[in-house]
Design a protein. Sequence first.
Length: 79
Amino acid sequence: FVYLLLAVWLSMHASVQAQSYGVRLRTRYVRLPIPSLAVLNDLTARFSDFERQGVGNVLRLPFSGVTQNWKRMEQLNTG
């Protein structure tokens, strides 16, 4: 009887440990990075740079051998 009680207690302990480790794994080690406002503002600037390239450069075939010449917004405003 004592052997059965010990086995049940150890199995319950192992179950609780496995659940807590799973929660810790999901929350600490696999947490998705949340972008900051500066990163989001930088991305919108990049998308607007992409849209200013024109239809020919936007719809080009990737890896076709044609080099990509993106113009940054600063270059378009100054020149």
